[in-house]
Design a protein around this ligand. Structure first.
Ligand code: HAM
Length: 440
């Protein structure tokens, strides 16, 4: 049997309903804030990511799925979406005109990392990117948007970590200071020995405990911010305070991608273990120019959907649609059942039936497995009398506290009452029971 590739998985029902729910909540909130969806190719030229994420990052150096196509051109399965969104914005001149341009995109990303809890090689992100605004209020708006999505999804315990990485000049000075600090440090891992001269910022997000230990007394970027960057950061924090958003300033938060300038942030959630960041983002004012475009300030974030779903309670977002199963006995009844099922669907009610001529008992089992709320029973007698038997399923009646349809029988067991409904009234009757107007 051919199996899925390591680190890549199928998202199956009923789990897929939860994914749809998360995405629909995100779409609603994006809409409130004026973001429009943008759909992007999964493949881009390798150069796009190498130039934007940075050659010394783990992502570019170790984790990209890169291959030559049939003409020998190097292509990469996108490890993230920001570079692609910006490429699309510049290529399609979406940055033209007044106002901040706001886009969101969702879909799979690919990184060749060691799979573990909360870490996959194909994983899913919900991305938000705003272009053309430099004001600190836009950083705050983007953070508020992120938190609104997470709160609507009822994410429990979470912490917002925030830092400022300054502009290119602040970063250059900081890198020099950090490089100097690291120059005679012993025992840095092989990567960090190289990075301390090529890009010392990347030492800060090294995963090795030993390197992290060495960094305890390292200089922090805050002390290298110019007055404009310091004022920007102060304003971001002040506005977060104003909106009563709790945050923790983390002076060593640099994020694993090279393009950030000024604000950088992450949201971490309880219960995820080592991979606890459910979302990360920040400003990247210099990236458009780096890719050959104009000066285009930008800020955004990405939610890791896989991780988010791991920390949301399992019953959130489950498929709670109420369904009707139409059970039929005999060929003529089956024909009638098919008509009824289609009529239900045209009235926006979920109908199901069996085409295989199973026994009534087997059909009832099927209805149970499909978690049907009602079963309609059609047989020869029902066709003759023009009356269908309608039976609420016990679980549904009990859950809906439908006392009218529940009777207590000997031994305290709840039994459901079956009703007879004329064919012409059947769809309306069921709509009254399980349609949007039905009361529960
Ligand atoms: P990132 O921090 O690399 O940022 O990824 C964002 C989120 O994606 C992480 O916080 C995590 O939840 C999720 N994630 C990353 N790698 C994996 C993985 N291997 N398995 C499961 N989940 C993962 C970015 O990608 C930036 N493009 C975010 C951004 C947008 N910055 C500005 N705009």
């Amino acid at each position: 049997m051919i199996k899925a590739i390591r680190g890549m998985r199928d998202i199956l029902p009923p789990e897929s309903s939860r994914w749809q729910w998360v995405e629909s909540v995100a779409r609603e909130v994006f809409d409130l804030y004026g973001y429009k969806e943008i759909r992007l190719p999964l493949l881009e030229r390798t150069e796009l990511f190498a130039r934007s994420i940075g050659a010394d990052t783990d992502i570019v150096a170790k984790e990209m799925y890169t291959f030559p196509d049939r003409k020998g051109e190097f292509l990469t399965l996108r490890p993230e979406a920001t570079a692609s969104v910006l490429r699309a914005v510049l290529e399609n001149r979406l940055d033209k005109g007044a106002g901040v341009k706001k886009f969101y995109t969702m879909g799979p990303m690919f990184r060749y990392e060691r799979p573990q809890k909360g870490r996959f090689r194909q994983f899913y992100q919900i991305n938000c990117e705003a272009f053309g605004g430099e004001a600190p209020e836009l950083d705050v708006e983007v953070i508020l948007l992120l938190l609104q999505i997470l709160k609507r999804l009822l994410l429990g315990e979470m912490r917002l970590l925030i830092n400022s990485l300054g502009g290119p000049e602040c970063q250059e000075k900081f890198k020099a200071g950090l490089g100097l600090f690291l120059i005679n440090k012993e025992g840095l891992c092989e990567d960090c020995q190289r990075r301390r001269t090529t890009n010392p910022l990347r030492v800060l997000d090294c995963k090795s405990a030993h390197c992290q230990g060495i960094l305890e007394n390292a200089p922090v970027i805050r002390d290298y911010l110019c007055s404009a960057c310091a004022a920007h950061f102060a304003r971001v924090l002040e506005r977060l305070d104003y909106f009563k958003v709790a945050y923790e300033v983390q002076p060593r938060l640099v994020r694993g991608l090279d393009y950030y300038t000024r604000t950088a942030f992450e949201v971490v959630a309880a219960g995820l273990g080592a991979q606890d960041a459910v979302a990360g983002g920040g400003r990247y004012n210099g990236l458009a120019r780096e890719l050959g475009g104009p000066d285009l300030p930008a800020v955004g974030f990405a939610i890791g959907e896989d991780r988010l779903l791991e920390v949301l309670p399992e019953d959130f977002g489950q498929d709670h649609r109420r369904r009707v199963f139409v059970a039929a006995m005999g060929e003529a009844a089956r024909e009638k059942a098919f008509t009824v099922v289609q009529e239900l669907r045209h009235q926006n009610l979920a109908g199901e039936m069996d085409f295989e001529g199973r026994s009534l008992k087997a059909q009832m089992t099927l209805a149970d497995r499909l978690n049907a709320a009602y079963v309609v029973i059609l047989g020869e007698r029902e066709l003759e009398t023009n009356l269908a038997q309608v039976r609420p399923m016990r679980n549904f009646a009990a859950q809906a506290q439908d006392t009218a349809n529940l009777t207590e029988v000997q031994g305290g067991r709840l039994q459901v009452k079956q009703e007879q409904v004329r064919f012409e009234e059947l769809v309306d009757y069921l709509a009254g029971k399980i349609g949007p107007q039905a009361e529960f």
